[in-house]
Design a protein around this ligand. Structure first.
Ligand code: R5P
Length: 303
């Protein structure tokens, strides 16, 4: 095995891959990826990988179906080229929200994706802020899950907010919210969320007090922003002062940014686990914390 692992990137998030390669003091492995005229994906590994330990970085947001397929094909190409071990680095793990049978006739896509990734040749996974804990157990290979809050909590602390309450926007968010509350040594409140359909939720303040307080609203992700915006409206109605949202994954689907802009959310802090479009990056409400150092620390632990 060569001493220096080789870092390849899919096409989903080259900016983050380059940032990671720079921090590791290396350059990205050479590969060719393009579409055939019939839109099948072509991959060719141009560096020698025989006997080497390799990483593939691919964020599965934005266009998860394409990026997953591209990842399977990269895995296959690297296996066939003789890579000794392959660690996939997935800053954002898609299909994770379908992680249990909540009614008859539905799939568990998080389990399906984990099966497919292993079958395609993954030896080890590094990822960040999985939607739920059980997903780690779907993989019968080593999984190193890092948490964005190790970077986001210090960022929040540096805002020097006073009289803070951390509000969980739904029951699923209690664990994240209690970690923020514990680390920042502030109280917590809870919102009860009922999802009407994929685009609509109903909410009410269920536990705790936000009147006259500065609210920190943490969640694992902001997708359509429905959850955060509705939660912020509940808090504003209940008398909250400033409202700051903080999320690991910023998907910003469809009108998400506009909704945030017109909501009581004063600031949304997130990371670059997904590519952040320039209009989001430069928006006065949005703050981005780079996740690259966390992923590099995890990659450095791979022998
Ligand atoms: C829900 O289970 C998640 O933790 C997030 O609250 C949710 O996925 C966010 O989605 P959206 O931004 O579309 O409300």
């Amino acid at each position: 095995m060569t001493a220096q692992p080789i870092v390849f990137s899919g096409s989903s998030h080259l900016l983050l891959a380059e940032e990671i390669a720079t921090l590791l003091g290396t350059s990205l492995g050479k590969r060719e990826i393009h579409l055939f005229p019939d839109r099948e994906i072509f991959v060719e590994i141009l560096d020698r990988v025989q006997g080497s330990s390799v990483f593939i970085l691919q964020s599965l947001g934005g266009d998860p179906n394409i990026y997953l397929m591209e990842l399977f094909i990269l895995l296959d190409a690297l296996k066939r080229a003789g890579a000794a071990s392959i660690t996939i680095v997935l800053p954002y793990f898609a299909y994770a929200r379908q992680d249990r049978l909540d009614k008859p006739g539905v799939p568990i896509t998080a389990k399906l994706v984990s099966n497919l990734l292993i079958k395609a040749g993954t030896d080890r996974l590094i990822t960040l802020d999985l939607h739920s804990e059980q997903i780690e157990g779907f993989f019968d290979i080593p999984v190193d899950q890092r948490l964005s809050r190790t970077l986001l909590i210090p960022y929040c602390r540096a805002l020097h907010l006073e009289n803070v309450v951390v509000v969980a926007p739904d029951k699923g968010g209690i664990k994240i919210a209690s970690a923020y509350a514990k680390e920042l040594d502030v109280p917590m409140a809870l919102i009860d969320k009922k999802r009407i359909d994929p685009f609509c939720v109903e909410m009410r303040l269920f536990l705790g007090d936000v009147k006259g307080k500065n609210v920190l609203l943490p969640d694992d992700m902001c997708s359509t922003a429905g959850t955060l915006v509705n939660a912020a409206e509940v808090c504003a109605k209940a008398g909250a002062k400033r409202i700051i949202a903080v999320v690991g994954h910023g998907l910003f689907i469809a009108e998400a940014l506009k909704k945030i802009e017109h909501s009581p959310i004063e600031m949304l802090i997130t990371t670059n686990t997904l590519p952040i479009p320039p209009h989001v990056r430069s928006h006065p409400c949005i703050r981005i914390v780079s996740i690259a150092p966390l992923l590099v620390a995890a990659m450095a632990c791979v022998g």
